[in-house]
Design a protein around this ligand. Sequence first.
Ligand SMILES: NC(=O)c1ccc[n+]([C@@H]2O[C@H](COP(=O)([O-])OP(=O)(O)OC[C@H]3O[C@@H](n4cnc5c(N)ncnc54)[C@H](O)[C@@H]3O)[C@@H](O)[C@H]2O)c1
Length: 467
Amino acid sequence: MSNNIKRRAFLGTSSAFVAGTLMASPLSGKALSKGNKIKTALVGTGVRGTSFWGKTLVQDFPDIIEFVGLCDINPGRLEYARGYIGVDCPTFTDFEKMIRECKPDLVIVTTKDSTHHEFIIKGLDMGCDVLTEKPLTTDEVKCQAILDAERRSGNKLIVGFNYRWGPYITKIKELLQSDAIGKITSVDFHWYLNTYHGASYFRRWHGLRQSGGSLWVHKATHHFDLLNWWLNSDPEEVFAYGDLEHYGSNGPFRGENCRTCAHKSECKFYWDITKDKRAMDLYVKNEQHDGYIRDNCLFRPEINIYDKMSAQIKYRDNTYVNYSLTTYSPYEGWKISFNGMNGRIDAWLDIPFMNNAYVSQSDMHELEMSQEDENLHRDPVIVQKLWSDYKVHNVDYQKGGHGGGDKLLHEQIFKTPGKPDPFDRPAGVRDGAMSILIGIAARKSIESGHPVRIAELTDLEPRVRRI
Ligand SMILES: NC(=O)c1ccc[n+]([C@@H]2O[C@H](COP(=O)([O-])OP(=O)(O)OC[C@H]3O[C@@H](n4cnc5c(N)ncnc54)[C@H](O)[C@@H]3O)[C@@H](O)[C@H]2O)c1
C-alpha cells in the first residue's frame, strides 16, 4: 500500500469532512461537518429520480437528508414526483433558480443522459457537491468540461455506480484482489439483455444516440466500470463493431406507439402501458407538457443506436478484454471469465440453464424494475488454479435493485461516508470518465474502422494501476 493510500484510509476514519475533501466517496462534508441534515436538490424526476434517489432516500435516511427542491422540465411530472417521493419542498423548471433559492449542499442528477453535464457543471460551479447517475455524460467534449469543472470548483462529484456494490460482484473483486489466479492477462465478458429489458431501451430516449450516447455509453458504462475496477487498470485502446439488425427500421411493421398500434395482436413486443399505474402517472398523464412517449414503437425508423455490440479493449497493464452486449436475448444474464497467469475464474448470473432453473423472463424484468426482489440467492464463482481441480465459492445475497448493489451504495454514501472500503467501491469522476470513454471510443472505432486510443479523448492519461 502506498503512503498516499494509507494516509487516505487513515483520514477516512478520522473525519467525514476531512475525508470528504480527499476521497471520491463522501458527499457534503460541508453539511455533515456542521451536524446538519444534507440539504438535497434533485433534478430529473423520472422513474429513477423519484424512486431510488427520491422516495427511498426519504424513507431510509430521514435524519440525514432533507429535500429542499425538485426540478424537471415537465411541470406535471414534477407535481406527481413531489407526492410520490413524499416531500413538500418547492418545485422548479429552472435549475439555476432552484440552486439560488434553495442553496442545497448536494445536487442529485437523474435527468436524461445527454443533459447530465449541464447540471453537474452548474451544480459544482454554484458551490454544491454533485451526485450523478451513470453515465457521467455522453461524449468526450462534455466529459472534459466536467473534469475541468470538478477541478476548478473544488466541490465533489460522485457517480452512482451501483453494480460494484452487489455482493456477487464484490466477491469477484475480492478474489482478484487476493491474487487468486495471478496476474490477469485476458477477459471474456458477455452481457445479454432479454427481449423485455433489451427492448425497453428502444422504446424511449435511449434509442436515440443524441440522448443516451447509445448503449455503448448508457448501458455499457456499468460493465466498463466493473472491468476497470476489477482489473484495477485503465483502458488504453478500443476496437469495436456494432450494428442495428433487430429493432428500429428492421421491424416488419410499426405504429405510432403501443396504445394506438394496429399491430397489437401480432407484435411480440406489444406493451400495454395502461396496466402500469406508475408508468401512467409518470409519463402518460404528462405527455401533453413535453411529448415524452413512454410506449413508443421500438421499430420506429429514427432509432439510431446499435442493438448488437462487440469490442476488444486493451488495458494499460496489457490485459485484453473481449466484450459483447446483446439486446434481444431469450434470457437475461451475463458471463465473465478471467484468465490469469496461475489459473482462471468463471462467473455468471441469471443464466437459466447454467443454474438448472426455469426463469420467467417477464417476471424477472418486472422484479428487477420494481427493485423489490426479497428472495435470497446463492450463486457460485468458480476458481481453478493451473494443475488443480476447480473450487466453488458460493455467494449468498439478497438481490434488491441491481444485484443488491443499490441499497449498499446508499448506505455508503449517506451513512458511512468516511469509512474506508476494502474493495475501493466508491466511484469518483475519474471512474465515471474512464468507463464512458471506452464506450465513446467504441462508437468512434465503429465509425472510423480503426482502433481508438483513450488518451486521445480527454486530458486523462491511462494508468497501469488505476489506484
Ligand atoms: N444506475 C442505474 O442502474 C440506473 C437505473 C435507471 C436509470 N439510471 C439513470 O438515471 C437517469 C434517469 O433515468 P430514468 O430511467 O429515470 O429516465 P426518465 O426518462 O424516467 O427520467 C428522466 C427525467 O429527466 C427529465 N429531464 C430530461 N431533460 C431534462 C432537462 N434538460 N432538465 C430537467 N429535467 C430533464 C425528464 O423530464 C424526466 O422526468 C439516466 O441517466 C439513467 O441512465 C440509472
